[in-house]
Ligand binder design. Structure first.
Ligand code: PHE
Length: 514
């Protein structure tokens, strides 16, 4: 039943009128012309008012291709060949047959099929003739059925015709529509709000109220958000914890040159230790001794001090040393730490305190994410302070290949893949590698970290056993944050002026779930 004779203005009314005459209603039959989205919108409108209920029906529909249409109208190629020959009593040559049919391709395909079906044969002089009195054009019947019903009772027929490219199939969604509990021919006017006037006049008693849509999204609240650096920091912390790391205590920004530089074999004349690169504390200028690594650190750090001095001056633990007079005063000068590797060094010294009677220390994994300070001139990509993400793994039998694999897993957890490693130099690790990752947005390789295996003269100086191997790596927290949030000026991220409009200008920061 097509509901086209009804008078209603729009689809919602058409549906209501059609339903009042027949139920259930199949949308494909009742509204064959209606666009799917219009129909769905009209049904949802009525559905939300409980005026109708509907089920969705998915089905495959078969449609004739151009060649299928030709066959439905004129018969299959083989039937056309048969028919042409049936009318020519003397038989036809190929050319005559082609002239009669008027299509070279139909003739060619048709005669070959008709031969296979044994509908035609050759005369002695090579002409074509019919080999029987009548035939049944099954293909024509099949495509005609499909043209009418958009399907065929025999699925094999559909598969076969599809293979012959006479038909194609497509998925169609239609609806089976029923009356709902509040079915009516008209959509009642619905109030959205209960007003003071309605209460005063008593109109609320008879008014129909629009039901609440509890699924509607609320208005966008321009509320606060975590700082982007904090978000990326918690992502990193999560990854570290997941991988069995323990967080290092990093609240102490001031270090002695000893832990920041000397234990890590940065020579005392190294330009990194210049005033231009490092912030020195003016009051107090120096520590009276290198700090122990914590209240539970009962080891004698004088021994570390001595080891480090010897490695610098004359060499020790297999190292030939820098061979220069090492200054204890320089080592005690207080600095704002230039890297959190100062903390790793002190933590590894503390780990050595856990050395058992058998000489072994337990394997350990430490990380920290905290502030470091460098006396840089500030520009779009450099600040005098930034955050470092630092990790160390101490274990037995570690190899450089293992470090590379670890990096793949670690950075892979942040979505950075296809890492590349470039040999690098750090005075405290050998070998050392810079780590690069391909950044899809920037379409280039970007440096994401520095890493290496701690040198034996460092490990032995802090009292760790000879056969222990320690991986270390570090990266800035700012770089991945800038990449993630598309921020090109680091000052926006960690400037000296706090700009609260930053979040508004960077909706990605706000919309990202905290
Ligand atoms: N300290 C290095 C990072 C690093 C840490 C530990 C081992 C190797 C490298 C840096 O600041 O870039």
């Amino acid at each position: 039943m097509a509901a086209t004779d009804a008078t209603p203005k729009d689809l919602t009314h058409q549906i209501l009128y059609a339903l009042s005459e027949a139920e259930p209603l199949l949308s494909a039959e009742a509204f064959p012309q209606a666009a799917f989205t219009d129909l769905k919108a009209a049904l949802d409108r009525l559905g939300s008012r409980e005026m109708v209920k509907y089920d969705t029906i998915d089905r495959e529909e078969a449609i004739l291709e151009a060649e299928g249409e030709t066959i439905a109208a004129n018969g299959s190629h083989e039937a056309r060949v048969f028919e042409a020959l049936r009318q020519a009593v003397e038989g036809l040559t190929v050319q005559e047959l082609e002239n009669t049919i008027g299509d070279k391709n139909v003739t060619k395909v048709g005669q070959s099929k008709a031969f296979k079906e044994k509908w035609i044969s050759r005369t002695k002089d090579g002409k074509f003739k019919t080999a029987r009195d009548s035939i049944e054009d099954v293909t024509k019947e099949q495509v005609q059925t499909i043209r009418q019903t958009r399907t065929h009772p025999d699925p094999k027929v559909i598969a076969d015709l599809k293979k012959r490219k006479l038909i194609k199939t497509q998925k169609v969604i239609s609806f089976k529509i029923h009356k709902g509990p509040k079915f009516a021919l008209e959509i009642a006017k619905e109030e959205t709000d209960l007003t003071a006037d309605m209460i005063a006049s008593g109109a609320w008693k008879t008014a129909a109220f629009k039901p609440y849509n509890f699924k509607a999204l609320g208005a966008d609240q321009n509320a606060g958000a975590l700082h982007p650096l904090n978000k990326v920091r918690s992502e990193f912390r999560q990854i570290f914890f997941e991988m069995g790391f323990e967080e290092m205590p990093t609240s102490q920004f001031v270090e002695s040159g000893f832990w920041n530089f000397d234990t890590l074999f940065v020579p005392q004349q190294h330009p990194a230790r210049d005033l231009q690169d490092t912030f020195y504390i003016s009051d107090p200028k120096a520590a009276d001794k290198p700090r122990p690594t914590g209240p539970d650190d009962t080891r004698d750090y004088e021994e570390v001090w001595d080891n480090v001095r010897q490695v610098h001056e004359n060499g020790k633990f297999g190292s030939i040393g820098y061979r220069y007079p090492w200054s204890p005063e320089e080592s005690l000068r207080l600095v704002l730490r230039t890297h959190t590797t100062a903390v790793s060094a002190a933590m590894l010294h503390k780990l050595a305190a856990q050395r058992g009677k058998d000489g072994r220390v337990p394997p350990a994994r430490y990380f920290s994410i905290d502030r470091v300070f460098r006396n840089e001139s500030v520009d779009a990509t450099h600040l005098a302070e930034f955050h470092q993400v630092e990790g160390v793994i101490a274990d037995y039998g570690l190899t450089l290949g293992g470090l590379m694999e670890f990096m793949e897993i670690f950075f892979g957890k942040m979505g950075l893949t296809d890492l590349q490693f470039k040999p690098a130099y750090n005075p405290y690790t050998e070998p050392s590698m810079e780590i690069f990752a391909f950044h899809k947005g920037l379409n280039k390789l970007v440096e994401i970290g520095n890493s290496g295996m701690f040198r034996p003269e460092f490990l032995e100086s802090v009292g760790l056993p000879k056969d222990l191997r320690v991986y270390g790596w570090g990266l800035s927290l700012e770089r991945p944050t800038m990449i993630k949030y598309g921020i090109s000026n680091i000052r926006e991220l960690l400037g000296h002026k706090v700009d609260l409009n930053f979040i508004e200008r960077n909706p990605a920061v706000r919309l990202d779930k905290d």
